[in-house]
Design a protein around this ligand. Sequence first.
Ligand SMILES: *Cc1c(COP(=O)(O)O)cnc(C)c1O
Length: 399
Amino acid sequence: MQIRQINKRFNFDKYQTFNQDINPKQRAWIEVKGKALEINVRQLRTKLSKNCQFMAVVKADGYGHDAKVVSDYAIRGGASQLGVATLKEGIKLRSFGVKKPILILGNLYTKKDLIISFKNDLMPTISSIRECFICNNIGKHFGLKFSLHLKVDTGMSRLGFESNKFVQQFEKIKSLENISIDGIYSHLSSADAENALDPQSITQLQRLKFNQLLKQINLDRNNEIKIHLANSAGMLLNKDFHFNMVRVGLSMYGYSPLAKIDKNLLLKPALFLKVKVAFIRIIEPGVSVSYGGKFVSSRKTKLAVLSIGYADGVPRNLSGKINVIHNNKLYPQVGSITMDQMMVDITGSNEIRIGSTMVLLGSDGDKTISPLEWATKSNTIPWEILCSFKNRLPRVQVD
Ligand SMILES: *Cc1c(COP(=O)(O)O)cnc(C)c1O
């Protein structure tokens, strides 16, 4: 009787609220500096000639930053078009009230998807004559013109018309009355390579091929068609790659894909990855830390347990290779990174407490840790680091 009394169920129904007001900075989160994005776009645009437009590439939820925040600030910075990868990403931006032209960089090949694209005022990338006919029929059905961009392959071997068939097919496409060609483009495969400016590099050969095709289709000089080839790296190489639009992702987020950086270009990282200290413990010398016991303390060690792990998108193969910043000081991460937590050696610090905030990516004082550094250490590229962050990390806009 007495035991039953003690075990009487707590009345959850009375207290439970499903829209719990949890502070987004309660555990681990990403801070996004909209203003940094705006400044980066403005700065990058100063490198373009007057009539060259800037497409902000906001695919993959704005490289993990939050597509809405990125789009809003990129537009403030002067972006005139947006690039997404998927139909859904485009629709999401429209639902947020984004009004600028949006290009879907991926391929839509069913009539159904192309109709949805049309109805949401999204421009598809078209790589075949078959899809041109579908778009033309959709335009005809609605008594309107379907705006799209044609893509031609110049060496990436991904999407795009075969370059040797493009000129002939373009003649046919030009005669279709219910499509409107808003752009013609191609994509560089190796613009971030060290030799990109050598005359025989893949990048220069791609540029030459693209130029040749443009010459052959004999575009009317006064046309409004956007001609574009460059991603961030291509844009930063030189103006020969600009044509009248560039498609910029990585550098707009604050990171240069080129090893040689223009010293006048001060790109500002827009992303800060932060985490709370959830627990602190002191271990004796010779004690192992985390799965596999790969780290063993060589002295009496103070450990901070941080609430972030590989399920948040921190690559596990960075275990024991990264530092974390607190108050302008670096602290080494030790032991295997676990799914939801990781340990940091904070021996000697008296200022770090439970609830203190530490910085994994971004700056604090004069210390900075960049996704470029993580990418090198985990043998990948910064694009992949940025796109790995999971939805478990709330995105918090700061300015
Ligand atoms: C992702 C992407 C870009 C942007 O590339 P960055 O290197 O991030 O500037 C440009 N064009 C296409 C087709 C893309 O898929």
